[in-house]
Design a protein around this ligand. Structure first.
Ligand code: NDP
Length: 279
């Protein structure tokens, strides 16, 4: 019997994870299946689906919205990335143990550094938004050696609180947080990452054009939406390169796959299959 893996979320029909992991399994010759499980909208749906999957011999799961917090709560062990993010996006089952990781931030860093060819060491990085995606990205960006990280959010207090909470864990990398207007006191940024959900509603966060350094990379974590209002704003502000979040999705999947199977898949085929031109 092949080993069983799955992604759980609600809704889940749109998930690209079965396609990505199917490509990885084929390319690495791993005997495994990967299915999509809808955890439903009822309270307790996630816990029931998790228990059923484990009882049926499941070995690991990716977790997507809205269950990332519940996944961490269900874990018996969690990595620093998952604990600081307050959320898990990958689980591994070993007897009674449920191990939790969060690969979203690592996937983002890998996409920027390996796929887009921009080492983050010494860069000034601006994160827009103060939700779960930003929370998960800060530690991996600091680990990559960023010179300074700033979190800017529509609700300024949320960015201030998040910066205050995460700053002691970054090994001395400076971190600040506030509203978009506080960016007036900052030098321009080499990398500006939209980690808000504004693009999903056809909107852009109110980031000032002066925040983009000449030659900056503008990165929207949303994917499959083409050139989003944020990416258009960035281009008009002089950003030299724009990218969406499809590479982050593929790279976090590769991290989970390597953690489960002990073999790192080549991500190029999945990236080619999923990339939509940014027009
Ligand atoms: P959350 O709901 O936790 O946070 C949403 C954030 O967006 C908040 O900071 C909120 O600000 C801000 N926001 C929402 N609408 C607007 C707007 N119109 N203008 C300005 N700010 C706005 O979401 P997540 O952090 O979980 O996810 C953020 C995005 O990242 C999503 O679009 C998600 O799809 C994407 N993502 C992509 C991944 C990938 O693999 N590529 C992985 C994870 C996430 P406020 O606090 O003021 O409400």
């Amino acid at each position: 019997m092949p080993d069983r893996y799955a992604v759980i979320g609600h809704p889940i029909a749109h998930s690209q994870s079965p396609l990505i992991h199917g490509l990885f399994a084929q390319a690495t010759g791993q005997a495994m299946t990967y299915e999509a499980i809808d955890g439903g909208a009822d309270e307790g749906g996630f816990a029931r689906a998790l228990a059923a999957f484990r009882a049926a011999g499941g070995q690991g799961m990716n977790v997507t919205l809205p269950f990332k917090l519940q996944a961490l709560a269900a874990a018996t062990q969690a990595s620093d990335d998952a604990r600081l993010a307050g959320a898990a996006n990958a689980l591994r089952f070993d007897g009674d143990r449920i191990e939790a990781r969060n690969f979203d931030g690592v996937g983002l860093v890998r996409d920027i550094e390996a796929n887009l060819g921009l080492p983050l060491k010494g860069r000034r990085v601006l994160l827009l938004g103060a939700g779960g995606a930003t929370r998960g990205a800060v530690l991996p960006i600091a680990r990559a050696g960023a010179a300074r990280i700033v979190i800017a959010n529509r609700t300024a207090a949320k960015a201030e609180e998040l910066a205050h909470e995460l700053a002691p864990h970054l090994g001395g990398v400076p971190l600040a947080g506030g509203g978009f207007d506080a960016l007036a006191g900052e030098a321009p940024f080499d990398v500006v990452i939209n980690a808000t959900s504004a693009s999903l509603g056809g909107d852009a966060p109110a980031v000032p054009p002066a925040a983009f350094a000449p030659g900056a990379l503008a990165y929207d974590m949303v994917y499959g939406k083409g050139l989003t209002p944020f990416l258009k704003l960035a281009q008009a502000a002089g950003a030299a390169r724009v990218a969406d979040g499809v590479g982050m999705l593929v790279e976090q999947a590769a991290e989970a796959f390597a953690w489960w199977r002990g073999v790192r898949p080549d991500t190029r085929e999945a990236l080619t299959r999923l990339t939509v031109p940014l027009v």
